[in-house]
Unconditional design. Structure first.
Length: 300
């Protein structure tokens, strides 16, 4: 065992004092909650699923363009093998697919396409809707915020190059404002009130209001109110626990948070040499024990 191993294990209170945050909980964190909801009614979520983008190839528009082109190709047996850019099977072509084996396993295989089957088609689900920056999803999201906030429809204006003048100090800006007030006839001042609107600097309003949308775990979002209340209560209890310590114990714990050894703690108390090391160690152990007793008292 290391020389100071057992002592480090005993100083639990010192470690708590050095690592416990003493500030307000951050208002914007992840949307993950440490409090289990357990309020999902199975009947309410039955049949629900994430809406996904469905890709069909060729599309109906592409098929109609091929039909309108009038280009029809037949093979020697009179079978239609091509209409425009769309090809069809004559019964001899194969495509990659999957099949079940005798023991029930799914394996890749070349599947023979029946005569007249359209070749090169695709009909499958892709990514979830909303994951891509498509115009329809952005427009629907912007309409939602416009209706919710009762504003004008959102307009996006991309930022261009802006000319920047020199920076003015606070005193210079105040003097310029005072001069403008002195040279302005307030009786002749008119103003135009425009209707409420949304910021034009973002194509999607959901990026401006992250707390009003559901995001992936780890991204921006509002903390659950339960987490905020628990964090505030824990902070208040910890502050009351630390305040119950004596001034000397607080001084020792503050010094221990930045000290490199026991001698540094004793030096902060006004001692020097070997005396500083002995008194620093003794005072640190005493402050640790007093803090642990205060924690146990508040926990009870």
């Amino acid at each position: 065992m290391a020389r100071h191993g057992s002592l480090a294990e005993q100083l639990i209170g010192v470690r708590l004092f050095a690592t416990t945050p003493d500030h307000e909980p951050e208002p914007v964190q992840t949307n993950w909650s440490v409090v289990p909801a357990n309020d999902n009614n199975p009947e309410d979520v039955e049949g629900m699923a994430a809406e996904r983008r469905w890709r069909m190839k060729p599309s109906v528009e592409e098929i109609m363009r091929a039909v309108d082109s009038g280009e029809i190709e037949r093979n020697g047996d009179g079978q239609v093998v091509r209409i425009g850019r769309i090809r069809f099977s004559d019964g001899s072509q194969t495509e990659q697919g999957f099949k079940l084996t005798i023991d029930g396993k799914v394996v890749a295989a070349q599947i023979r396409m029946p005569a007249g089957a359209m070749l090169g088609t695709k009909d499958a689900a892709e990514n979830q809707l909303g994951a891509e920056e498509d115009s329809q999803a952005a427009a629907a999201s912007n309409r939602y915020f416009a209706d919710l906030l009762k504003t004008l429809p959102h307009r996006y204006r991309s930022g261009g190059k802006r000319r920047r003048g020199r920076n003015y100090s606070r005193d210079e800006a105040a003097a310029m404002l005072a001069e403008a007030y002195a040279n302005t006839n307030m009786a002749m001042v008119t103003f135009t009130r425009y209707p409420d609107g949304l910021p034009c600097g973002s194509p999607k309003m959901a990026q401006v209001f992250p707390g009003m949308v559901k995001t992936c775990t780890g991204e921006s979002g509002s903390m659950a109110w339960q987490d905020i209340v628990i964090a505030k209560a824990d902070r208040d209890v910890w502050a009351a626990t630390v305040d119950s310590l004596s001034h000397s114990d607080r001084q020792v714990l503050d010094a221990a948070a930045t000290a490199g050894n026991m001698k540094d703690i004793g030096t902060s108390m006004g001692f020097a040499g070997k005396t500083a090391e002995r008194r620093g160690k003794r005072s640190l152990i005493a402050a640790n024990d007093n803090l642990m007793r205060a924690i146990e008292a508040y926990a009870a």
